[in-house]
Ligand binder design. Structure first.
Ligand code: ADP
Length: 152
């Protein structure tokens, strides 16, 4: 008998849940896309955040619903505004890796008040390649997994 309390055992189980097991497919847009293109992609792909990438899938930024709403409030032509001028740009994008714990991502979403993080891996040249997406929905899935009945 280890003498561990129930909440210590729960915490141990929780930190073992890794991003890799709960991440989703990333939805990306090219850095040459317009604000109009980004709105269409976000609507069609049914996501709240787009990752902006170069042709080689290198992460250059992130664009949220509110970024697009803000850009749409003016009277400019949305097809002529590049998404790259309104996005949050690297290195200011918070990222995670597949080996990170779901708990550490949840802590980042809370402390930075954002909805999701790109899951990245480093290529040979030290560039961030986007390989997944970790959002509040994925955290919710991990939460329900932790709450399953033992024999489910
Ligand atoms: P929304 O603005 O649609 O509610 P968020 O709360 O996720 O969505 O985004 C708030 C702001 O933070 C936006 O300006 C967005 O570009 C930025 N942002 C979103 N995700 C990240 C991230 N992973 N790292 C840094 N900034 C982010």
């Amino acid at each position: 008998y280890t003498g561990k309390t129930g909440s210590e055992l729960f915490q141990e189980r929780l930190v073992k849940l890794k991003v890799r097991e709960f991440q989703s497919i990333p939805v990306v847009t090219g850095e040459g896309a317009s604000v109009y293109d980004a709105i269409c992609t976000m609507f069609l792909e049914d996501v709240g955040t787009l990752f902006v990438v170069k042709d080689n899938q290198e992460l250059v930024g992130i664009v949220s619903r509110k970024d697009l709403l803000r850009a749409s409030m003016g009277k400019q032509d949305l097809e002529s505004i590049p998404v790259s001028i309104i996005m949050t740009r690297m290195p200011n994008v918070t990222v995670c890796s597949p080996e990170d714990s779901v708990l550490s991502v949840a802590n980042q979403l809370i402390s930075k008040q954002i909805d999701g993080l790109p899951v990245v891996k480093m290529d040979e040249n030290g560039r961030h390649q986007v390989i997944g997406r970790m959002t509040k929905t994925n955290i919710t899935k991990a939460f329900t997994y932790m709450g399953q009945e033992p024999n489910e």
